[in-house]
Design a protein around this ligand. Structure first.
Ligand code: AR6
Length: 167
């Protein structure tokens, strides 16, 4: 069974096979976690993103990890929903992000993966609801992945993820 844990830190420093980034549809890079991942992976990441994008919300696409240090081999780009009050299918789109990211990683034979708190920054998704969706979806999606790390950049997000994992 997959082990899921919450950790606090910078996702670009995770020692996992694949790192997920909360991208925008262009896959050319942006702010927040996506900016950090693009800075760490180098300019070839945006070139690779432009070659496979655009990526619709709820979907996920993989590229190599370029300048990120091993063992990271893959970057999974997923596009979260923009929060518009909750009645625009945001929850379903967010669940789809987690599900599709796992599926893409499975196809690449990934054994360990790190996720940021998708959509909870610039996109404004409430962090507690997002954490419940993340945990529920990851637990219910069949996968060969052995280790999932939910990486919180700040203390509050870490606490929220830890509570969601204890449910
Ligand atoms: N490591 C881990 N988590 C991080 C890091 C990091 N280095 N930096 C930020 N976070 P956001 P979104 C956290 O805004 O809401 C971009 O411009 C952050 O504190 O990065 O899905 C994209 O290109 C928050 O908890 O992603 C899109 O246009 C979480 O990551 C748009 O923002 C997500 O915040 C996506 O917005």
């Amino acid at each position: 069974m997959v082990a899921i844990e919450a950790v606090r830190g910078d996702i670009t420093e995770e020692h996992v096979d694949a790192v997920v980034t909360a991208a925008n549809e262009s896959l050319l890079g942006g702010g927040g976690v996506d900016g950090a991942v693009h800075r760490a992976a180098g300019p070839r990441l945006a070139q690779a993103g432009s070659a496979i994008g655009p990526c619709p919300p709820g979907d996920a696409m993989a590229t190599p990890s370029f300048d990120l240090d091993p063992p990271v081999r893959h970057i999974v780009h997923t596009v979260g929903p923009v929060w518009e009050g909750g009645d625009q299918g945001e929850a379903e789109i967010l669940a789809s992000c987690y599900r599709h990211s796992l599926q893409v990683a499975d196809e690449l034979d990934v054994r360990s993966i790190a996720f940021p708190a998708i959509a909870t920054g610039v996109h404004g998704f409430p962090a507690d609801q997002a954490a419940r969706i993340a945990v529920t979806t990851l637990r219910s999606t069949p996968t060969r992945i052995e280790q999932i790390r939910l990486v919180a950049f700040d203390h509050d997000t870490y606490e929220i993820l830890a509570v969601a994992l204890r449910r």
